[in-house]
Design a protein around this ligand. Structure first.
Ligand SMILES: Cc1ncc(C[n+]2csc(CCOP(=O)(O)OP(=O)(O)O)c2C)c(N)n1
Length: 384
């Protein structure tokens, strides 16, 4: 079944509020939901974190909607508290569509453990679940929807790889019926910049000396690795959102070094609270050696280009308001180079928003085991 066909099934079963954080296994489904005309149902709302999506779903149900939340199983970890102390505590019917990375132990390293514990974790929390299987999609959805309503609680459908297939391009919706607010499509029509991130990364890497760089997960890691692998690179392949936290810990531990983070907009939004911690946390003061570079393509590029809530928001202005000493926005290779060179010698914390296009270069997965990444990074830092 294609994502679009499954979106139609969700409609037919009364679901009319969709939110979540994307996973490439749900690419076709999210694309179909993003394109829905506004009307009685709300088009897919891109949430900054999975637990935030559960919050939205709670509000939507209180307001009379029937919500579905899409998340990768990694997001179950993020969502544990919201599931037990909101959705289950208040007994709120919600359909959880949880993609199953690490299925049968075959996937990238960051997905293996969560793949193994996905079902036990749901059992432990008391969330009924079933695998969405090819051929029984409608029956599986009917089961989950009916149980969520009857028992008034969240119910999960697990989506292993290849259960939902890619769609062929969808024709534009006919302009009939009630007036419709235009809904952005994927890939977005208003690309924020024409600078490919790969070129921006090449310029940034060229401006570096021996500064350690902590990388956000997804294609930021992979493209930077393809530009130039360095022992001073820490590739954070899991834990979406935490690259900036790792970099802050390192900056505080090693005040004599400049610490750079290559972040993504989706990653930063998942952990926006890091900005006031860096900019003026009363307990720690401002880390003047912290250089925060955010490659903002306005989408979750690594999972298929779903719109990110960074669109229309000046993350540089947010960083400035949070107390960063320097915050600028650039969208050319020369701009990236001079901003990063400047930030490396200036007193920070510094924030460089690099506005890039949604274009992605084919780039390999990081070939090192996580422990190798850890050990060579510590050696490069001279840590005992
Ligand atoms: C908790 C969690 N939710 C979802 C994902 C799936 N995921 C991997 S990378 C990524 C997008 C990262 O977005 P951004 O930082 O904007 O970088 P881009 O993909 O655009 O390069 C997502 C949603 C994940 N790894 N972890």
């Amino acid at each position: 079944m294609t994502g679009r066909q499954f979106a139609d099934l969700l409609d037919a079963h009364g679901f009319d509020f969709f939110t979540g954080v994307p996973c490439s296994l749900a690419e076709g489904l999210i694309a179909a939901l993003e394109r829905r005309p506004r009307g009685s149902r709300t088009p897919y709302i891109s949430a900054a974190r999975e637990d935030v999506a559960l919050g939205l779903a709670a509000g939507a149900w209180l307001g009379g909607r029937l919500p579905a939340v899409i998340m990768q199983n990694s997001g179950l970890g993020t969502s544990a508290n919201a599931l037990v102390s909101l959705s289950l505590l208040y007994r709120l019917p919600t359909l959880l569509l949880v993609t199953w990375r690490g299925f049968e132990g075959k996937d990238a390293p960051e997905h293996i453990v969560m793949g193994e514990i996905t079902r036990p974790l749901l059992d432990l929390m008391g969330v009924p679940h079933r695998v969405l299987a090819r051929g029984s999609e409608e029956a599986d959805l009917a089961w989950a929807g009916a149980l969520a309503l009857r028992s008034s609680q969240p119910v999960a459908l697990l989506l292993p790889p290849r259960v939902l297939e890619a769609d062929t391009p969808e024709p534009a919706a006919p302009a009939t019926g009630a007036p419709q607010t235009p809904v952005p499509t994927t890939p977005p029509s208003a690309v924020p910049s024409s600078l490919p991130r790969f070129e921006a990364l090449r310029a940034a890497v060229g401006a570096l000396g021996s500064e350690p760089v902590v990388h956000a997960n997804g294609y930021v890691c992979r493209e930077s690795f393809a530009v130039r692998d360095r022992p001073e690179n820490f590739y954070m392949i899991g834990s979406m959102g935490l690259a900036s936290s790792i970099a802050l810990g390192l900056a505080l531990a090693r005040p004599e070094r400049r610490i750079v983070v290559f972040d993504g907009d989706g990653n930063l939004l998942m952990n926006l609270g890091i900005l006031p911690m860096v900019g003026g946390g009363p307990a720690i003061g401002r880390p003047t050696n912290f250089v925060h570079v955010v490659f903002d393509n306005g989408v979750y590029g690594s999972t298929g280009g779903q719109l990110s809530p960074s669109r229309g928001v000046s993350l540089a202005a947010v960083a400035a308001a949070c107390g960063y000493a320097r915050a600028e926005s650039v969208d050319s290779t020369a701009g990236v180079e001079s901003a990063l060179r400047g930030a490396i010698i200036a007193d920070g914390p510094s924030f460089i928003l690099v506005r890039v296009s949604a274009e992605e270069r084919p780039a390999p997965r990081i070939p090192y085991a996580p422990e190798e990444i850890r050990d060579r990074f510590r050696r490069a830092l001279g840590s005992p």
